[in-house]
Design a protein around this ligand. Sequence first.
Ligand code: HAM
Length: 427
Amino acid sequence: MAIIKPQGTNDFLPGGEDISSEKLQKVEELLREICREYGYGEIRTPIFEYTELFQRGVGETTDIVQKEMYTFADRGGRSITLRPENTASTCRAFGEHKLYGRPQQPQKLYYIGPMFRCERPQAGRFRQFHQFGIEVIGTNSPFADAEAICLAWDIYSRLGLKDLELHLNSVGCPKCRAEYRKALQEHLRPALPQLCGTCQDRFERNPMRILDCKNPNCKNLAAGAPTIDQYLCQECAGHFASVQAILTASGIPYHLDSRLVRGLDYYTKTAFEILSGGIGAQSAVCGGGRYDGLMEEVCGQSIPAVGFAAGIERIFGALKAQGLDIEVETGLDVYVIATGDDAAAQQRAFALGQELRKAGLRVDFDLLSRGMKAQFKAANREGARFAVILGGDEFARGVAQVKDMQAGEQVEVALAEVTAHIQSKMA
Ligand code: HAM
């Protein structure tokens, strides 16, 4: 039996039906372009890290660490994990390479790449998926939070996506959260036996996550629970008000959502998600927030930071749901057609093709020794703008036939002039 790909993974193919590799590249180009405009530099970290990084960084009590990580022992017996996200790795690299010592502060970093979570696959949820993310490390300014949100908003606007909702919350700092946690537990304690198993588990470990449970019964039981906004300390409340004021001044609409609890432990103060309707239960196209305690956890340096990550497959899900598509330019500039069935004919076509490629043109030629008619068909199929027909006679006379496939005109051109002729026609 033929081997197939693991569940929850995707193959991205050139010319592929759903998410072609060309469309993926186009979206990645847009993301890189936006990062250049905002002054972010790319960071590439390993796809696997020591497991401890995520245990400490993402948090022992999170679903990710408890049940979703691809963890294995390597040949040396060390516990390795395929990265489930890239914020912890970015902080690890920031500390390891002492980026805090660089003159330019804060450091503004972005990444694009695969992440791995052993979740139950469903629409928009994969086991290997791709994230684009940014991290701004070294500032507690609310402008950094707002800039991260504006950058995220820009991505979806430029892609033409509409009806997105920005949900915004402040999850406070360890100081105000301790008070809130107590109040929440007091409120939920009488209902504890009726909560789902997962929420009963969360009650001691991470009661705020109960507010995020999708189980309708838990939702009901938590309906009247106190919300964090009533418990924010002065500093957190001030920071949150500033972030909102900057967003309002920037024309970014947001919904205050005091029940927004992110699934990772490291958040402090700002937390946000952008949701897109029509893509099913997995409607978060991106999520992020401030994480002022993570650098301390990972590197022992207390450095404030903020960022977000966006699921790239979900961008495509949202585009599809809104009847939008990514336009990609495919097709060749030139297809070189060899006539004559001797090896010399192919050698001539090959040499001319290489010359045209050196001039920056997109060129293909026949690799299956097909007849001229089939080669023309291939030229059409590959969307070639020009066909250059090169036979033994023509070669002997130092010329080739150049056919403009759109206009249908064919002219004879001196071999030495073919490149210039095509370039001038294309200009
Ligand atoms: P996250 O909310 O776990 O946050 O993931 C961010 C985004 O990645 C989600 O909003 C979603 O679009 C996408 N995503 C997550 N899991 C899957 C999956 N199984 N399949 C497809 N897409 C998925 C983080 O990862 C944080 N590191 C974000 C962050 C950066 N916070 C601060 N800086």
